[in-house]
Design a protein around this ligand. Structure first.
Ligand SMILES: NC(=O)c1ccc[n+]([C@@H]2O[C@H](COP(=O)([O-])OP(=O)(O)OC[C@H]3O[C@@H](n4cnc5c(N)ncnc54)[C@H](OP(=O)(O)O)[C@@H]3O)[C@@H](O)[C@H]2O)c1
Length: 250
């Protein structure tokens, strides 16, 4: 079988790096997207030392020209792309909705929402060339409108804030709309919920490991041909059954 090519954005650390490590361990060639060449280069070198076929690709998701340059490079080197994991993300607390700074909100949307559209559209021609491409959008349960409004769900006890939850809710809709456009193709588009993982995003406060969060993206990146598209899948906080993974409500 031809070796699969996967690009992961924001792959120099955290869940993105672990996703690259796990996809690489499955034999994929992993392209580590990162906005900083020193951090991205070091991450790729670390994976190569573990025997993984890893390569750094400069990619700032907030810069459409950077996304196109990365796509041009992938085309020149590989001619197609099998897996795109839109993982890069930022979070700011933002304070309560009534005190939200529009500049702060724009900054989060630039990365978590517009960045995903820019990167996906730049790479879609290459994903269409793959026999069965997979797109994974790394979302969050805080982007679930249903769970956020549920007084019996643990999220209810977290402070109300706009930028990050609203960006992930927008990302969920973006996932459904790409899945709809691509429904007649072999490409599957799904949103991932890694669960609350200890990374720099939350100053290490998460109760799951980054590798556990990455396993959700990996599962969606490796879906079989009869797997789902247009779903929101991953860790279900507070699930009382033995398997904490499953579909989440939008
Ligand atoms: N940790 C959690 O509990 C949790 C829960 C649910 C969802 N998520 C989601 O999981 C994803 C990964 O987060 P994480 O927890 O692994 O956080 P992290 O450790 O802070 O990693 C975030 C990554 O995104 C990169 N990034 C940020 N802005 C970028 C840009 N403009 N262009 C390219 N890369 C950029 C960062 O690069 P730099 O090093 O250059 O900043 C870093 O590599 C995010 O989408 C996050 O929303 C995380």
């Amino acid at each position: 079988m031809t070796e699969l090519i996967a690009l992961i954005t924001g792959a120099n650390k955290g869940i993105g790096l672990e996703t690259a490590r796990q996809l690489g361990a499955r034999g994929m060639t992993v392209l580590l997207g990162a906005r900083d060449s020193a951090r991205g280069g070091a991450a790729a070198e670390g994976l190569r030392a573990e025997g993984i076929d890893a390569c750094f690709v400069e990619l700032d998701v907030t810069d459409a020209a950077s996304a196109q340059k990365a796509a041009d490079w992938v085309e020149a080197e590989h001619g197609r792309l099998d897996v795109l994991v839109n993982n890069a993300g930022v979070a700011t607390s933002g304070g309560p909705p009534s005190g939200t700074s529009l500049d702060g909100m724009r900054a989060v949307f630039e990365t978590n929402v517009l960045g995903v559209v820019a990167v996906t559209n730049a790479l879609l021609p290459l994903l269409r060339r793959a026999p069965a491409a997979r797109i994974v959008n790394v979302s969050s349960e805080v982007g679930s409108v249903t769970l956020s409004g549920d007084r019996s769900f643990p999220l209810w006890h977290m402070p109300a804030t706009l930028p990050y939850p609203a960006s992930k809710a927008a990302l969920n809709m973006i996932t459904v709309m790409y899945a709809k456009e691509l429904a007649g193709t072999p490409i599957k588009v799904n949103a991932a919920n890694p669960g609350y993982c200890a990374t720099d995003l939350n100053a290490g406060s998460g109760f799951r490991a980054a590798a556990e969060g990455a396993s959700v993206s990996v599962r969606l990146a490796c879906l079989p041909d009869d797997g789902p598209t247009g779903t929101f899948w991953g860790y279900r906080w507070g699930a009382d059954d033995a398997d904490p993974y499953g579909d989440l409500p939008w």
